[in-house]
Unconditional design. Structure first.
Length: 363
């Protein structure tokens, strides 16, 4: 667990040079790290506070070329789809005064749940959402140990879908002033509560000014065409989803970003992607470069499924069209699965994880 001001040991991998850096070294002597970074072909990665403040906070700034990220085709429009008039939440909404609609009543399953005929569930998630990360272990355990067909569907983060900055896209201040400081503190507490490693990632998957709090540039999100990381990893996730490996991808990459405490997570994406049985990173990148419309159609369809539920938040767990929003709704979601006849697998399936500390056994 990381708290403000805490530094963790890490390693720098530079051709012909490997340096192990301890907490004490970081606190006592920062200059040698800068010298070593200069030796490594002037790469600004891992990022330092000084480099970010001097080069990346201005509205017209450009993110430096990161050798970990391949050249990819431009991203299409990122605006949210309109909510369908018949979305789930619209249909069940009642103001307490007018005659309520006869909205959809989620039908409880009656036939037995088996490995051959599992419960079908969708989970809408974002690789920039700490709350999506904090439910990862429970989703993996659920998928591994229970008869469910869990389809993990990635969507673009809200910050590049809607802002006050213009045209419904990033390019302006995004989020309420208290939201980000609260979310940072809240997610640190939740990480401790659930017993999972947690640290706000560097770099942030979304290029957004998060320091100093309250500054005039605080919360500014740089426009989609300038974002260095998020479209790369979302497209990789969509490729994995098309290959039937969405939960495996999510378990590897979301944990890398939010839980692995590496100094520069983009440099490790290829390694973690290649850990997924049946997937090859170089093949995936080649496919994305040659077929961007097929890959982008996946996150666009995922956004439509989210909209049909009447929602825009993540993580969003859906069964029979009914949405359960937030990692703190997992127990409620699990109880609905039990009401629909959820059963355990005879033999757990990959990906595997240890049993979550807060698993809802009491239900």
């Amino acid at each position: 667990m990381t708290v403000a001001g805490e530094l963790h040991p890490f390693s720098l991998n530079i051709p012909s040079l490997r340096l192990e850096i301890s907490n004490a070294t970081l606190h006592r002597n920062f200059e040698p790290i800068q010298d070593i970074l200069k030796m490594s072909n002037q790469s600004p990665f891992p990022l330092t506070p000084e480099f970010y403040d001097a080069n990346l906070r201005e509205v017209d700034a450009t993110w430096p070329r990161d050798p970990a990220v391949p050249e990819l085709p431009p991203i299409p429009a990122t605006d949210d789809p309109e909510l369908p008039a018949d979305n789930f939440l619209n249909q069940v909404f009642w103001d307490g005064l007018h005659t309520p609609k006869e909205g959809p009543t989620p039908r409880q399953r009656t036939r037995p749940v088996t490995e051959e005929d599992p419960l079908k569930i969708d989970v809408i998630a974002s690789l920039r959402s700490p709350y999506s990360y904090l439910v990862t272990q429970r989703l993996v355990w659920l998928n591994s140990n229970y008869n469910v067909d869990l389809n993990l569907r990635l969507v673009l983060p809200e910050a590049v879908r809607m802002t006050k900055g213009g045209s419904g896209k990033a390019g302006g201040a995004f989020a309420r002033p208290y939201f980000l400081p609260n979310a940072q503190w809240d997610t640190c507490m939740l990480g401790r509560f659930h017993g999972v490693p947690f640290k706000h990632p560097t770099p942030d998957p979304i290029w957004q000014n998060l320091w100093p709090v309250g500054d005039e540039k605080f919360m500014y999100v740089h426009p989609p065409e300038k974002q260095p990381y998020i479209f790369w990893i979302v497209r990789l996730g969509c490729y994995a989803q098309n290959k039937g490996k969405s939960i495996e991808f999510y378990n590897q990459i979301q944990t890398l970003i939010w839980g692995d405490h590496v100094p520069h997570w983009p440099a490790h994406v290829k390694e973690h992607f290649n850990r997924i049985d049946g997937l090859d990173y170089d093949e995936a990148i080649k496919f994305i470069q040659e077929n961007p419309e097929k890959v982008d159609a996946v996150w666009q369809e995922n956004a439509m499924i989210q909209a049909q539920a009447g929602h825009g938040g993540v993580p969003l767990m859906i069964i029979n069209g009914e949405p359960f929003f937030g990692e703190d709704r997992f127990d409620h979601f699990f109880s609905r699965l039990l009401e629909n006849g959820l059963t355990q697998r005879q033999t757990p399936c990959a990906p595997f994880t240890s049993k979550p500390r807060r698993w809802p056994d009491g239900l």
